[in-house]
Design a binder for this molecule. Structure first.
Ligand code: ATP
Length: 210
């Protein structure tokens, strides 16, 4: 960790929808690593021909904005949404670096699922050179595998990966979508304002994402 530089955490994700797991890990990491700010960056919509079905980016962005209200350390950025087609972290970091300048340290926050996917990222070696990571365990990932993957990425690719020592939070967007679809309660899993947004806009109801 570098001293005397502005420390910016970046939490990129689909946020379909944002949930309390995202908010809890971002807040705990901000505190533990003394970050000046955490930027939430929702991904853009994938181009037409993909099989992946993701809720329209305006809804995902609006839900993130609702969720971040009241935390002065949290900010949303629409840089990935504004870009057309697939968005790659390497381009996002480069763009952020452009307006943050060299006096900022960028810490990319990731859950364990993403840790195991890092080598599929476009130009991952370039990403490893331009930012550090802060990784958290997620339920379903073994502590040993998590530690081994960090050691492997650090020794083989000189990635810098800090481990966040925070409690596991068993919430995922998949679970939220399923629960809404099944008419089950999502209370206490997401902020109330996001719950209202989902209801008002009839998101995640039967076949909505088809
Ligand atoms: P989905 O269930 O649709 O895959 P998700 O809950 O993983 O979604 P994303 O928006 O894909 O949410 O996640 C963005 C980032 O937040 C990723 O790095 C992911 O690992 C991390 N993350 C999400 N939920 C948690 C959680 N409960 N604990 C730790 N990290 C999390």
């Amino acid at each position: 960790m570098k001293k005397n530089k502005v420390k910016i955490g970046v939490l990129g994700g689909t946020f379909d929808p944002i949930h309390n797991g995202h908010l809890i890990i971002a807040e705990r990491i901000r505190e533990e690593f003394k970050l000046d700010k955490v930027l939430f960056i929702p991904s853009g919509n994938p181009p037409h021909k993909t099989k992946q079905k993701v809720t329209q980016c305006n809804h995902r962005l609006n839900m993130v904005c609702e969720a971040l209200k009241g935390n002065p350390f949290f900010e949303v950025s629409s840089i990935e949404i504004k870009r057309m087609g697939y968005t790659y972290t390497v381009d996002t970091i480069e763009e952020l670096r452009g307006f943050l300048g060299d006096n900022a340290c960028i810490y990319y926050l990731i859950g364990a699922d993403v840790l195991f996917d890092l080598l599929t990222w476009k130009d991952y070696e370039s990403v490893f050179k331009t930012c550090e990571f802060i990784a958290t365990l997620r339920p379903g990932n073994e502590t040993d595998d998590f530690a081994k993957q960090i050691m492997y990425l650090e020794s083989t690719f000189q990635a810098k990966i800090n481990k966040a020592d925070i409690p596991l939070v068993e919430i995922s967007s998949t679970e939220i979508r399923q629960r809404v679809n099944e008419g089950k309660s999502i209370k206490y899993l997401i902020p109330e304002s996001v719950e209202k947004y989902i209801k008002d806009n009839k998101l995640y109801v039967l076949n909505e994402r088809e």
